[in-house]
Design a protein around this ligand. Structure first.
Ligand SMILES: Nc1ncnc2c1ncn2[C@@H]1O[C@H](COP(=O)(O)OP(=O)(O)O)[C@@H](O)[C@H]1O
Ligand SMILES: O=P(O)(O)OC[C@H]1O[C@](O)(COP(=O)(O)O)[C@@H](O)[C@@H]1O
Ligand SMILES: [Mg+2]
Length: 342
């Protein structure tokens, strides 16, 4: 058998570990071959490939990023390129395609699958917002990095009796903010799922200083928004791929807080540091198991599926189910942070 593999969307610690796992499982369990398409769907459309044998994946387990590269393609171009992609796959004798990506890449994978292309998907995202899987690799790494950074912000914030706002990633879902906030003892966590009231945030800040607390740490997901009418947030529009352009919610909230409470505020935007570097051991294991089970599914002809973590087992779920909706933070998980707010 010949497996084609590609990585799409934003990079994520653990992508290389999946690639290695697919190649090793294919070669060692099945005597199969793997070919990589460069730069996500773009490489498949443009027929840019790289052979992947055991030697090519040496050392990949621990390396961040993706050795195959990743790029975005406008979804319309992809839909128009269906026949072209089919022809490229046939030219390379690819029997099954294993796309590794977020909800965008997996939506495209579902489209190919519906068009009859044999596909087994692997979910990736640091945001942890893909449905039908308990977790995605990259999330644990991002939370670990964010936690360490927030730990460090505590000490400088208390030295100066400041409010420290830290903006973390999370376009539609506040999982990173919620988990890093809980892990690092944040006093306030703002997530996209629950628009915030700037007056309430001001009350919390003022109350903490009035009762003698030394500082405030607020974790703000990049996709958090104020309740309508409470605070203006600059509109950045959308990019050519339909993604909302962020304009720095933490910074803008910081200005408002300083103005309204008179307290000194500093803002730290963690940005891509959350996605860079080596995956945690948890993510290495999850990525390796995803790659292993995707390769088994490919050889068993279980197409149109995505590997998923359910409890401690890796299972297969229909791609259509996985991309039907995003997995956002539930009200009950949001409620858990109340005791630690303020
Ligand atoms: N609705 C869609 N239909 C078809 N293809 C899509 C769709 N959304 C995204 N894609 C393709 O998947 C690529 C990656 O999606 P993107 O949202 O950027 O990253 P991720 O896979 O991490 O969610 C896009 O550049 C595009 O080519
Ligand atoms: O690297 P880019 O293109 O600026 O994208 C940033 C976005 O990618 C992410 O890091 C990960 O999102 P995906 O895994 O869905 O691609 C988001 O948290 C963030 O908003
Ligand atoms: Mg996406």
């Amino acid at each position: 058998m010949r497996i084609g593999i590609l990585t799409g969307g934003g990079d994520c610690p653990g992508l290389n570990a999946v690639i290695r796992s697919v190649v090793r499982t294919a070669a060692n369990h099945y005597g199969s071959e793997v070919i990589g398409f460069r730069d996500g769907w773009r490489g498949l459309l443009e027929d840019r490939t790289t052979p992947l044998d055991i030697g090519a994946v040496d050392g990949l387990l621990t390396r961040g990023g993706t050795t195959l590269g990743s790029a975005r393609v406008a979804p319309g171009l992809l839909r128009d390129g269906l026949d072209r992609m089919r022809a490229v796959l046939a030219d390379h004798d690819v029997d099954v395609l294993v796309p590794i990506g977020g909800e965008g890449t997996l939506t495209a994978a579902h489209m190919l699958s519906e068009a009859g292309v044999p596909v087994v998907g692997v979910p990736k995202t640091i945001d942890n917002d893909i449905d039908c899987t308990d977790l995605t690799f990259g999330f644990d790494t991002a939370v670990s990095i964010a936690t360490e950074m927030i730990d460090r912000l505590h000490t400088t914030a208390e030295s100066h009796q400041r409010v420290l706002l830290v903006e973390v990633m999370g376009r539609h879902a506040g999982w990173i903010a919620l988990h890093a906030g809980l892990a690092a003892g944040a006093h306030l966590t703002l997530v996209p799922e629950e628009p915030f009231d700037v007056e309430e945030v001001c009350r919390l800040v003022t109350a903490r200083f009035e009762r003698g607390d030394s500082h405030v740490i607020g974790v703000v997901a990049e996709g958090a928004t104020p309740k309508p009418g409470t605070m203006a947030l600059r509109d950045g529009g959308v990019d050519e791929y339909g993604h909302r352009r962020f304009t720095g919610v933490a910074q803008q909230l910081g200005f408002e807080l300083e103005r309204r409470t008179g307290k000194e505020v500093r803002t730290t935007v963690l940005g891509h540091v959350q996605r860079g570097g080596t995956p945690t051991s948890f993510d290495r294991v999850l990525a390796t198991r995803f790659g292993l089970h995707a390769t088994i599914a490919a050889h068993e002809g279980r197409y149109g599926q995505m590997v998923a973590l359910r409890g401690t087992d890796i299972e297969l779920v229909p791609l259509g189910d996985a991309v039907a909706r995003l997995k956002t933070v539930t009200p009950s998980r949001l409620a858990e942070r109340r005791a630690f707010t303020g």
